[in-house]
Ligand binder design. Structure first.
Ligand code: ADP
Ligand code: MG
Ligand code: MG
Length: 191
């Protein structure tokens, strides 16, 4: 599936709507293992993205992705803003709209910025299997949901959730949940 400017903006509209709808739930997920702000952080960031994209003209998918990156980096405090911001910046640098290029590039940005590997109960646990599946032409919403669910049994060894040690086991990782929304809305604009 290949994005054009219109589809990229549609993707962000849909993701923004999902984030605003799930804001309370995302912050709830962040409460037992973090500081309870993930939904609010993402909602603020996506509001800024909406303002930056609304009514503007863009020449390329890359331009749209770069604008998204800048909004997220400047408006979202905490871990998630720079991580998502770097993901969009790396996606923008591919100069491609093909999700086979975009998702692996986003993952590379997150890995570079946060230094986490698979199994550390971070958004990498959703991006990594998604990048592998998209390269094989096999990315589905089901695989994304399963990857999010798998973070429940992991113990966090990166980010704020690592502070609670073993008590992080038994809770879904909030950044993995929001990443699941992002990747599922991406698949949906291609339908
Ligand atoms: P903060 O933890 O600063 O309050 P958020 O609550 O907005 O920031 O985001 C937390 C999410 O960020 C986690 O659920 C996790 O998915 C992600 N995260 C934290 N640290 C890392 C990291 N080093 N690499 C990848 N993702 C991370
Ligand atoms: Mg938090
Ligand atoms: Mg915080």
């Amino acid at each position: 599936m290949t994005l054009d400017v219109e589809k990229t903006i549609k993707w962000m509209d849909d993701f923004n709507a999902e984030i605003q709808a799930q804001k309370g739930y995302l912050s709830e997920l962040d409460t037992p293992i973090g500081d309870g702000d993930h939904g609010n952080n993402m909602a603020r960031g996506m509001e800024a993205v909406h303002e930056a994209l609304d009514g503007k003209e863009f020449n390329s998918v890359s331009d749209v992705l770069k604008t998204i990156a800048m909004s997220l980096i400047s408006k979202v405090g905490g871990a998630a803003g720079p991580l998502y911001g770097t993901a969009f910046l790396e996606m923008s640098k591919t100069n491609s709209g093909d999700i086979k290029d975009l998702i692996p590039a986003g993952l590379a940005g997150i890995e570079r910025r946060g230094n986490a590997t698979e199994g550390e109960k971070t958004m990498v646990d959703v991006w990594k299997p998604a990048a592998e599946a998209v390269s094989a032409g096999k990315l589905t919403s089901k695989l994304i949901d399963e990857s999010v669910e798998k973070t429940r049994d992991m113990q966090a060894t990166k980010g704020r959730a690592s502070y609670v040690g073993e008590r992080s086991i038994g809770h879904i990782d909030p950044g993995s949940m929001s990443s699941g929304y992002l990747l599922k809305t991406l698949l949906k604009v291609g339908e």
